[in-house]
Design a protein around this ligand. Structure first.
Ligand code: CP
Length: 307
């Protein structure tokens, strides 16, 4: 039995296979309508979500399966003090696979130790968000036709942004990828990503504070929200929340084939006027999330592709 807790749980070859399956699903969606008949997905969301939870549920429904679960800790027995370890033992009796989001780093790992079913990490605190990474990889490959030979800019909250941590972890495995890390000093990438992932793998990267100066070099710009829920101090959040705003004027500094990704939700960091720019890929990215999660559910349940 396999879980997906960290983007590195799958090899580059397995990710290539998964993205190929997701692409086939995108092109032949009705053909997959019954491959998970009779199977159940549990969505255990201890933190708010729109895209991840609903795209997981849409994915399982598209495959012919059913879904059950909860969308907040308060509507589960976690509110009465039940542990993740006990909850997952129960869920193993009710479902065939589960996706879990939790504010504590490592919660999905704890669940996987006790689970009798595959566990998918749907985001654990500021740590990892591997299914967002699969979505991001599918988007980059679709837009640029490759996952190598790219200069990728990450902009905004690089300290708490788990989608950033996961995508960097995944992309250092592809040749000739360079990163430009754009953030205020307070929201710089954590030391463990800088030292243990980037430096340890000899991956070229720069840490800068100015988005305008970096824009012209980028093939991909990955914008992120400053995450209010991870700040201890409201004053710091207010001071930093609008530190980068991508607008039409800034987009003029970017290459004609630079694509803008964002895991969403956005607050102010991408002006709505950018949505009509053909380089704005973030809504397409959210749509790809359904196809990669369908592919992932099939792989973890060992369901075969329809003939
Ligand atoms: N990208 C993402 O994780 O969005 P949600 O928080 O809405 O699930």
């Amino acid at each position: 039995m396999r879980h997906l807790l960290n983007p590195l749980d799958f090899s580059v070859e397995e990710i290539d296979d998964l993205l190929a399956l997701a692409r086939d699903i995108e092109q032949n969606l009705p053909g997959y309508a019954h491959v998970c008949d009779g199977k159940k997905l549990a969505t255990l969301f201890y933190e708010p979500s729109t895209r991840t939870r609903l795209s997981f549920e849409a994915a399982m429904l598209n495959l012919g399966g059913s879904v059950l679960g909860f969308s907040s800790a308060n509507s589960s027995s976690a509110a009465k003090g039940e542990s993740v370890a006990d909850t997952i033992r129960m869920i193993s009796c009710y479902a065939d696979i589960c996706a879990m989001r939790h504010p504590k780093e490592g919660a999905a790992f704890v669940a996987a130790q006790k689970a009798q079913i595959p566990v998918i990490n749907a985001g654990d605190g500021g740590h990892q968000h591997p299914t967002q990474t699969l979505t991001d990889l599918m988007t980059i490959r679709s837009m640029k036709g490759r996952l190598d030979n790219l200069t990728v800019g990450f902009c905004g909250d690089l300290k708490f942004g788990r989608t950033v941590h996961s995508l960097i972890n995944a992309m250092v495995r592809y040749p000739n990828v360079k990163f430009i890390l754009i953030s205020p000093p307070e929201l710089r990438i954590p030391d463990n990503i800088r030292d243990d992932v980037l430096t340890a793998n000899n991956v070229p990267f720069e840490e800068v504070g100015n988005l305008d100066d970096a824009l012209g070099q980028l093939d991909i710009l990955y914008m992120t929200r400053v995450q209010k829920e991870r700040f201890f101090n409201e004053e710091d959040y207010i001071r930093l929340k609008d530190c980068y705003i991508l607008d039409k004027k800034k987009m003029k500094l970017a290459k004609e084939d630079m694509y803008v990704l964002h895991p969403l939700p956005r607050v102010n960091e991408i002006s709505v006027e950018v949505d009509d720019d053909p380089r704005a890929a973030y809504f397409k990215q959210a749509q790809y999330g359904v196809y990669v999660r369908m592919a992932l559910i099939m792989r973890l349940l060992e369901v075969q592709k329809p003939c």
